[in-house]
Design a protein around this ligand. Structure first.
Ligand code: GAR
Length: 193
């Protein structure tokens, strides 16, 4: 069985999209994959409830309980490793990871970022895309490397930027395509391996 561990910090709508796709498209039977754990660094993350309601084990590793990034990442890795995952997904996981953590999961760590990388890595991507006059925006699934939002691109989806867009209307349009993009990219990734 190919276990998938998903890391979240908040709403977890991308995690929910992966969980729903895995169920709807019978990943268990077709590619021998399942979401085996959802982990949040925030105790109240809304996504935890969705996971619990869908029978998926959850864990919380609160980053503020640890004096350093290294200690947080190593506690997180312990929880992840208990599931021997074939794939670790960052899904709105808003923590910068240490090089040691990234190295440990090299080749099995993916992230989704709400811009057309390499454009607009980092935060506040939608406002920056509008201010730059972009006619298109989108989302990118990429492999995670030590440099934030810079790993090899796995898949992308595009949306138009409309003349009267605010950062929030664009954010919602991008998020809607993320929900198709991430599950598709994960399915293809696991099927090929
Ligand atoms: C998504 O738009 C995701 O691309 C973004 O946070 C949102 C999380 O939403 N991730 C990043 O900005 C990472 N740098 P979700 O919790 O509903 O999946």
């Amino acid at each position: 069985m190919k276990n998938i561990a998903i890391l979240i910090s908040g709403l977890g709508s991308n995690m929910s999209a992966v969980v729903r796709a895995a169920e709807r498209d019978a990943w268990h039977d077709r590619i021998g994959a399942r979401v085996s754990i959802v982990i949040s660094n925030k105790p109240g993350a809304a996504g935890l409830k969705f996971a619990e309601d869908n029978g998926i084990p959850t864990a919380v590793v609160p980053h503020q309980d640890f004096p350093s990034r290294e200690e947080f990442d190593s506690a997180l890795a312990q929880v992840i490793d208990a599931h021997s995952p074939a794939l670790v997904l960052l899904a709105g996981f808003m923590r910068v990871l240490t090089p040691a953590f990234v190295e440990r999961y090299q080749g099995r760590l993916l992230n989704i970022h709400p811009s057309l990388l390499p454009a607009f890595p980092g935060l506040d991507t939608h406002r920056r895309a509008i201010e730059a006059g972009c006619r298109f925006a989108g989302a990118t699934v990429h492999q995670v490397t030590a440099e934030l939002d810079h790993g090899p691109i796995v898949a992308q989806a595009i949306v138009p930027v409309l003349p009267d867009d605010s950062a929030d209307t664009l954010r919602r349009r991008v998020l809607a395509v993320e929900h198709g993009l991430y599950p598709r990219a994960v399915f293809d990734w696991l099927r090929a391996r």
